[in-house]
Write a protein that binds this ligand. Structure first.
Ligand code: SF4
Length: 441
């Protein structure tokens, strides 16, 4: 059964029991809402959320829960619907929790929150560089759900300094990290310091690299909450197990407003200069920061992209040195160098440059082993080359290694190699990659 159907079948607003389960926060919130109505000069209604712009930790009326075994709750969530996860999140944290709404298909989170029948808060980051369609969606969503989004903005001094020193489009030259840091991360960090928990629209299927292991709930490994310090913020990802198709089925059946950019081929929507439409079959995250190496968006050599928790896991894995791709032939430095230098390859060879501790390499093990078996029957050699440690610098210089995993094709009848430019490394995509270079196998 699809997420949409399951959600609808379990729509809690239709049951008396559900109403009884609403926390006292609902009652407390009534007074707060009334006062915010009186104080709203524009007369905008705020039936569900507290006043925006003045949201601080002191406004939270519900204490954060204590003694919760979050990994255990995450396990329980694996069998639950999005509505059930959202309901539990709201029950646990009340007005100490807010939904992060980016102006894209994560509008589904708001629809799911509405279905719980509980009060909820929504915040959004206005980076100052969003598309007009996204601003329109913010307005549509506020009206459709009768809510008031709590907008946050970048620090004026930081933006002024960045733009005056480096121009409006510095990210095309030296990467998006600095601009995102100023326009997104800093405001987000500030906002989260006013909360005990937040909800994101992250899904595992959004990127085969970075998002393969998104839990439904976790202690936020990066940001701090209102109480301050490690572990002071809880992060819910209720859509983690949903597919893009399921989310869109749900949005359609619920008549939820969506960003007009989706009709123009945009899938993952961010800032205007850094977002573009993707082609059919491309991963949705490939429409973001496309001028940078695709894998730089995830992990590999750029440990700054890893959370502290991921970094700790990576260090542990590196120490154990357990190998991966165990059914694939390993080649050593001399063999891959000889292959690289062959003037004309006598046979087509597909090679993965990997590090066994890299979670993104681990995520592609099953697919690559399956592809290796399939290619073997077609006369293509499939090999692996461990390119971390002492081999890393040499591989960067000679094999275009920028991040793990890197997939190279050495085509029969030609010299050199072709690097897979996409994040898609499933067997079908690898087959398309190989056949597009060497012809039908
Ligand atoms: Fe800047 Fe682009 Fe990041 Fe937006 S997505 S904050 S414009 S680098």
């Amino acid at each position: 059964m699809s997420v949409a159907n399951r959600a609808l079948l379990q729509a809690p607003v239709q049951t008396g029991a559900w109403r009884r389960r609403r926390s006292s926060f609902a009652k407390n919130n009534t007074a707060m809402i009334s006062s915010s109505r009186k104080a709203t000069p524009l007369g905008r209604t705020t039936t569900l959320v507290p006043p925006r712009a003045t949201s601080t930790s002191s406004e939270i009326t519900q204490d954060a829960p204590t003694g919760i075994d979050w990994p255990n709750l995450d396990s329980q969530f694996q069998d639950q619907t999005v509505v059930q996860i959202m309901d539990k999140a709201l029950e646990l944290f009340g007005d100490g929790l807010a939904i992060a709404f980016s102006g894209a298909e994560d509008v589904a989170l708001i629809q799911y929150a509405k279905l719980t029948g509980r009060p909820f808060r929504v915040f959004s980051l206005d980076t100052g560089r969003l598309n007009p369609e996204t601003y329109q969606l913010f307005d549509d969503v506020e009206k459709h759900f009768d809510i008031k989004i709590e907008f946050t903005f970048p620090d004026e001094d930081a933006v002024t300094k960045l733009v005056n020193e480096k121009g409006m489009f510095s990210f095309y030259e030296d990467g998006h990290k600095e601009c995102c840091g100023v326009r997104k991360v800093q405001p987000l960090r500030k906002k989260l310091k006013t909360l005990n928990a937040w909800v994101t629209g992250q899904r595992k299927d959004q990127s085969p690299g970075t998002r393969m292991a998104v839990p439904a709930v976790q202690v936020d490994p990066v940001f701090e909450g209102a109480a301050g310090g490690t572990g002071s913020l809880v992060k819910f990802n209720p859509l983690t197990n949903a597919t893009s198709q399921e989310v869109w089925d749900f949005l359609r059946v619920m008549g939820t407003p969506v960003n007009k950019l989706h009709e123009m081929g945009y899938v993952s929507i961010g800032c205007a200069p850094c977002t573009r439409a993707v082609l059919p079959g491309q991963q949705e995250r490939e429409g973001r920061w496309w001028w940078e190496d695709s894998a730089m968006k995830e992990c590999g050599l750029h440990s700054g992209n890893l959370t502290a928790e991921q970094q700790a896991k990576q260090d542990a894995r590196e120490a154990t040195e357990e190998d991966i791709f165990n059914t694939v032939t390993a080649v050593d430095h001399a063999a891959i160098d000889a292959l690289r230098l062959e003037p004309t390859h006598s046979k087509t060879t597909l090679a993965v440059l990997y590090a066994p501790w890299c979670p993104f390499c681990q995520a592609m093990v099953a697919g690559y082993e399956e592809a290796a078996a399939s290619f073997a029957a077609k006369g293509v050699d499939v090999v692996k080359f461990r390119a971390d440690g002492d081999e890393k610098e040499w591989s960067k210089e000679n094999l275009e290694l920028k991040s793990f995993p890197t997939v190279l094709l050495f085509p029969e009848g030609r010299g050199g190699f072709v690097k897979l430019g996409s994040e898609r490394r499933d067997p079908d995509s690898l087959n398309i990659f190989v056949e597009s270079i060497v012809g039908k196998l």
